[in-house]
Design a protein around this ligand. Sequence first.
Ligand SMILES: [Zn+2]
Length: 131
Amino acid sequence: MHLSKEDIIWWSTHDSESIQKKYNISKATYGRTKRKYSIANPRKIGSGAPRKYEDKICPECSTPHRNSVYCSRECMNQSEYFKEKLSTIDRSYMQTEEYRKTLMKTVPQPIKSTQEKFIDLLKKYMNNIRM
Ligand SMILES: [Zn+2]
């Protein structure tokens, strides 16, 4: 069965019963033709709330979409959050013995005495004056 562009549009906006009636075709022919042209099921008019995934808003460009988080690959790649996620995703090195050793070697910074802090402040102050 051959469908014109107009037919395909009509098919994608009507349910199976009306299509079979209009074209006088069997359910099998209807199914085969639908698959041949990759026609999706129409959304029944007035069938209540829209499906959840249609309500997602892209965090990058605020477009409503049906994908997992971002509306498009472009937006996903633009996202700082995603970049960060990518850069931190491999944590296998944390399981190694070397990594554990570096953690143990980390010595806390010596706490500065009040006098030292004062000297630091003084140095900063002097530097500012010179500028
Ligand atoms: Zn987007």
